[in-house]
Design a protein around this ligand. Sequence first.
Ligand SMILES: NC(=O)c1ccc[n+]([C@@H]2O[C@H](COP(=O)([O-])OP(=O)(O)OC[C@H]3O[C@@H](n4cnc5c(N)ncnc54)[C@H](OP(=O)(O)O)[C@@H]3O)[C@@H](O)[C@H]2O)c1
Length: 319
Amino acid sequence: MITKQLRIGTGFGAHSTAADVLSGIDLTGTTALVTGGYSGLGLETTRALARAGAHVIVPARRPVIAARALHDIPGTEVHALDLADLESVRVFCERFLETRRPLRILINGAGVMACPETRVGPGWEAHFAINHLGHFALVHRLRPALASGGARVVSVASSGHFLSGIRWDDIHFRTGYDRWLAYAQSKTANALFALHLDSLGADRGLSAFAVHPGSILTPLQRHIPRQEWLAQGWVTPDGEPAAGFKTPEQGAATAVWAATSPLLDGHGGAYCQDCDIAEPAATDDMLIGGVKPWATDPDAASRLWELSGRLTGLNALDQ
Ligand SMILES: NC(=O)c1ccc[n+]([C@@H]2O[C@H](COP(=O)([O-])OP(=O)(O)OC[C@H]3O[C@@H](n4cnc5c(N)ncnc54)[C@H](OP(=O)(O)O)[C@@H]3O)[C@@H](O)[C@H]2O)c1
């Protein structure tokens, strides 16, 4: 059954923080994994989950930087993982599985945005490879740890998906590279990934959600020149975040809520924003958000799953 994209009325909203949505929730004894959990929204996600009692695994492309960022957060551990390198994903997952720890929360938050054209692995476009294929491989390989009932996977997507569906005829931008379309495609892929994963996991007690965190100034914008921040309307002339932007604590809230809220039981596969299920997008304004039809299309989700399995050589969850 496909979840309807209709708000359910949660009592939370755009101003809620990750700490707000965890109020009254005790995660003691829960193991969570947050990719990108040492920067921007991921750092606030890790902090909030750990404060609520979870033990948080943070796989990091730059483990030394990650350890420094997390040094004052008890209940966290850092391991090396580069999502651009499927061999690194394999090694990380095998080591994690050896510990035989069940994983109840997996938040796929790591990502890159609007990079100059970059090729990874066998020539894959970097946004698609890191934001989508790396997480696809991670979830596949961690499947045995996600087997216990009630596990949730959260895909951190974006209203950046507004700009592009999956470019079936040229996923890797063999021609006409555009950094915003590349980001957009990868964020549509994040949403479709959650949709199909949820449908496969439904009878095993595994559910999956996609979230748009809001607009937040973080190191994600590192590839965009400052003058473009102003031109895009992200900052005021004195460099302050523009109206409608969230703090990192608010930006972490929807992913944390999707990973933990009982209100989402029975709504697997939903695309969420502002700590509720998102409505279909009524405009092209990304600040208002909502979800476009190409990011909730089950046929596209199934097609992307099959393609991703072929590209990575992994299709275990289908069997
Ligand atoms: N900020 C926003 O306004 C916004 C809006 C919509 C959606 N999002 C989404 O939210 C997520 C988090 O973004 P953020 O704003 O918190 O950005 P951020 O501070 O730049 O965090 C991104 C994280 O991803 C990690 N990462 C990048 N490439 C990686 C790789 N190859 N392997 C492993 N990790 C890698 C980065 O590690 P390094 O630091 O080592 O590079 C960093 O820890 C992203 O998926 C983004 O698309 C953000």
